[in-house]
Design a protein around this ligand. Structure first.
Ligand SMILES: [Ca+2]
Ligand SMILES: [Ca+2]
Length: 208
């Protein structure tokens, strides 16, 4: 009985550790608050709630009122020391009408990471109208240990929509995002050491 309670305690501690290390670095990633909370926008970016799944309630939408030009939605965040990998996820809808045979609209999601004056952009998603019109959930892991083992200290998540001005036909796309999350991926070695430590601690206590 005692053995089981120790095991249960270990499992709960590990779960707790995992949960705390997966805190979302993105503020207002569910767009429950106005865009001005956490986000920087340029071009045509609105907060709406008319689309259904995979959007939930309010979401941000790029290019819903425009048919040409570029729109951006971005947010910077600090990457805590010791974090080597970021798990990025978001729901998206890329939709519209496109009758232009030669010029497409492009939706992009990227994670820019920086250390000192070094920076690099990691492309997460690139979609072109009309062939890539789709809805879904993106999930990916970005490595932020670079520059000879030095970790990036700042990240910036960037969503953008480029709507073309075609000389034949017309395009009009929108790019909606919701449930945006960037979190640290728990280090397997840390998890293992913590787990072994707890098991060792439990074993020591049992011997007494
Ligand atoms: Ca939402
Ligand atoms: Ca549009």
């Amino acid at each position: 009985m005692r053995k089981y309670s120790v095991l249960v305690a270990v499992v709960f501690l590990l779960l707790g550790f995992t949960t705390t290390s997966q805190a979302n670095f993105i503020v207002n990633g569910d767009f429950d608050s106005p865009l001005s909370v956490g986000w920087i926008t340029s071009g045509d970016v609105d907060r709406e709630n008319t689309l259904g799944s995979p959007m939930s309630g309010y979401y941000a939408v790029l290019g819903s009122d425009t048919s040409s030009g570029a729109s951006f939605l971005r947010q910077s965040f600090a990457i805590p020391v010791g974090v080597d990998q970021l798990a990025v996820s978001f729901s998206y809808t890329f939709a519209g009408s496109d009758t232009a045979p030669f010029q497409a609209d492009t939706a992009l999601a990227a994670l820019k990471q920086s250390f000192w004056f070094f920076s690099t952009a990691n492309e997460l998603l690139e979609a072109s109208s009309p062939g890539d019109y789709s809805s879904g959930t993106y999930y990916g892991v970005v490595n932020v240990a670079n520059w000879f083992g030095i970790d990036a200290t700042t990240g910036e998540l960037i969503f953008s929509l480029y709507e073309s001005s075609p000389w034949l036909g017309s395009t009009n796309s929108l790019f909606a995002v919701d449930n945006v999350s960037v979190a640290a991926v728990p280090e397997p070695t840390t998890m293992l050491l913590l787990g072994l430590g707890l098991v060792g601690f439990a074993a020591t206590r049992r011997r007494k």
